[in-house]
Design a protein around this ligand. Structure first.
Ligand code: ADP
Ligand code: MG
Length: 630
């Protein structure tokens, strides 16, 4: 037996490891299993070039847990290590590397930020084990099996061990008392599925019962199944993203989506297969999910892998923010996972990756739009939020998206930006030569206004999502000479200002006389009474909400920050009195003051009612009054 001393200043490595790494100690399993995968892949490579001879046989990796002995074993049939190799690769490099790491980073980075993403490799075993053993037999001819043991102190032992006769390595972890949770089967299996689900070599974790075809048929002529014990393989070694797009059908993409999100019953809308090898390596599949609830935006659904090893599902700073709404996987060996997140943002590769993904997504959307517009329109309601978010947050994406982004009118008809501009130019250009885009946020509530606008031949867009207020603001600054006006922002005549209608049936004196009568019917804090010269056939009274005020309120609700001041203003409306309507003349000419006020009240209530603003006691009174008047 040989004993050696690891050349580090620290007396005991446990305190360091526990102190620095404890917060995310579960990664030990990922590290050890991926070492086993590496050893297997290396052996296969050596075999293919003739350096490792003969049949390789079954190369399955096995993870075993023994609750009584309190051990977890990771066993591979890879290339194995000789005693010299263990001393070289495990003790010298690994330990000194870790020591270096700790010294280098202890003052510089927040350990919680770094550790989860730092592959400490073999060394991470000591995060959960009080003692680690390695049993190994190298593939090299004439090698002797060895056993290495270390309890975390700088001393280790290495000896010949003749109990092992087959090629490969077993790492035995003697689990520390405060980490016994890892000895639970379900816990371990959970970790394996989290980190190792798509590793390229089969990983067995115990067995499971499966029903297989016996080859016989029962009395009814149906296939007879029988229950057998089979290996419980926890991973899919050939996940869809590692395969060629040409070899995959839509069903394959959909079933891979299910594999990633077993609880997701809806199929994705479409997918994008990423495949880049220059100037960086990146593969992956992104899915546009069908959003079930427009208001709840699920994030953290894209999984990041490094050579099929799960790293994180927090892809912030790697994927452009608006695309974190997508789902799927990204696999890149070129993302520097071992450094802090603030560093990531500055990394050149990461920036390129982000812009590449943005471009791919925009190209795919454009492709669907061009190839099958009807299909694109059908999906529009679901993808609208991604497109809008992208257009709002990413200039490059905006430039591409203006070609395929759609407007939808209140009748469900779609227009591209260009089509819409051409459509409304003749009727919706105002006296200042600006285009006025009318929109509604609620077809039911704004029904009367939408109707009035349509009667004039205007188009009314439907803008009813949570991002629309921001979107509208942003489009106004980007589209030339376009302003958006909500359909109830003013009377239909004034929505798109053309030449003024100056003919009024009421003189200024008459308006002044009527003003207080109408003001008495409503709250002065909330309503501003204004006279307008509308046509006789328009309503006698109307309630409008100035575009500016309403928009400030909407933005404030979305958390627009500086909008706080406007958000706190009371709800303000205009009560527009149509000077040209016969009913208004009738109210004016009524000499009985009580009757006059009843008429005025009735007319205001009707206007409130059509806006859904007449409620509770006021509504009861209105109904009673109406009955009396009939
Ligand atoms: P890394 O995997 O980044 O090289 P590790 O600390 O995980 O660092 O492993 C150090 C080295 O130990 C590996 O490069 C490999 O040479 C060797 N090694 C670790 N585990 C195994 C194994 N199961 N079979 C063969 N060699 C191994
Ligand atoms: Mg490793």
């Amino acid at each position: 037996m040989t004993t050696g001393k690891i050349n580090v200043q620290t007396e005991n490595i446990f305190p360091i490891i526990k102190k620095f790494l404890y917060s995310d100690n579960e990664i030990f399993l990922r590290e050890l299993v991926s070492n086993a995968v590496d050893a297997t892949q290396k052996l296969k490579a050596l075999n293919s070039i003739g350096e490792a001879k003969g049949e390789l046989g079954d190369l399955k990796i096995e993870v075993l847990v023994d609750k009584d002995a309190k051990t977890i074993t990771i066993k591979d049939k890879g290339l194995g290590m000789t005693a010299e190799e263990i001393e070289k690769y495990i003790t010298q490099i690994a330990f000194s590397g870790a020591e270096e790491f700790v010294n280098k980073y202890k003052d510089k980075v927040d350990k919680n930020v770094v550790i989860g993403h730092f592959g400490l490799g073999f060394y991470s075993a000591f995060m959960v084990a009080k003692k680690v053993e390695i049993y190994s037999l190298s593939f090299k001819e004439g090698s002797k099996a060895v056993r290495w043991e270390c309890d975390g102190s700088p001393e280790y032992q290495i000896e010949e061990n003749n109990t092992q006769s087959s090629r490969g390595t077993s790492i035995v972890l003697h689990i520390a008392d405060d980490c016994e949770e890892y000895l639970e089967k379900f816990k371990l299996e959970g970790l394996l599925t989290k980190y190792c689900k798509f590793l390229p070599v089969e990983i067995k974790f115990g067995t499971k019962k499966d029903r297989v075809d016996t080859g016989e048929k029962d009395e009814k002529g149906e296939v007879k199944l029988t229950e057998v014990e089979v290996d419980n393989i926890i991973n899919n070694p050939n996940p869809a993203w590692t395969r060629k797009p040409a070899d995959l059908k839509d069903e394959d993409y959909n079933s891979f989506y299910r594999e990633l999100y077993p609880m997701q019953f809806e199929s994705p809308l479409f997918h994008i297969h990423l495949n880049v090898d220059y100037p960086f390596n990146l593969t992956g599949i992104l899915y546009f999910p069908k959003l079930t609830n427009k208001l709840e935006v699920p994030k953290d659904r894209i999984q990041l892998y490094c050579n099929q090893v799960f790293v994180t599902d927090n892809v912030e700073n790697i994927v452009p923010d608006f695309l974190t709404l997508l789902r799927g996987v990204i696999d890149s060996p070129d993302i520097p996972l071992n450094v802090s997140r603030s560093y990531l943002q500055a990394d050149g590769n990461v920036k390129k990756i982000a812009s590449h993904i943005t471009k791919k997504v925009a190209d795919k959307l454009e492709e669907i739009f061009k190839k099958d517009r009807a299909e694109f329109e059908k999906k529009w309601d679901d993808i609208k939020i991604f497109v809008q978010y992208g257009m709002l947050s990413d200039e490059k994406f905006y430039e591409k998206a203006v070609k395929f982004a759609l407007f939808k009118n209140t009748d469900g008809k779609f227009f591209t930006f260009e089509e819409f501009e051409n459509q409304v130019k003749p009727l919706q250009t105002n006296k200042d030569n600006k285009l006025v885009y009318l929109y509604a946020t609620n077809v039911q509530e704004q029904h009367a206004y939408i109707d009035a606008a349509k009667a004039r031949g205007y188009e009314v867009l439907l803008m009813d999502t949570m991002l629309d207020p921001h979107y509208i603001n942003s489009l106004e600054s980007k589209l030339k000479d376009v302003s958006f006006v909500r359909v109830d922002a003013d009377t239909v005549d004034k929505l798109i200002q053309k030449e003024e209608n100056t003919i009024s049936k009421l003189t200024e004196e008459q308006q002044k006389e009527l003003q207080p009568v109408i003001e008495d019917t409503i709250s002065k804090e909330q309503f501003n009474v204004v006279f307008e010269n509308l046509s006789e056939t328009d309503s006698p009274m109307l309630i409008t909400r100035p575009e500016f005020m309403r928009r400030m309120k909407d933005m404030n609700q979305l958390g627009g920050g500086a909008m706080g001041f406007y958000g706190n203003l009371p709800e303000m409306y205009n009560l527009v009195v149509n000077s040209n309507h016969p009913l208004i003349s009738k109210i004016l000419s009524e000499t009985d003051k009580d009757k006059q006020s009843t008429l005025a009240k009735q007319a205001t209530d009707l206007a409130l009612l059509s806006q859904g603003l007449l409620k509770g006691e006021s509504l009861t009174k209105f109904i009673k009054r109406s009955v009396e008047m009939i």
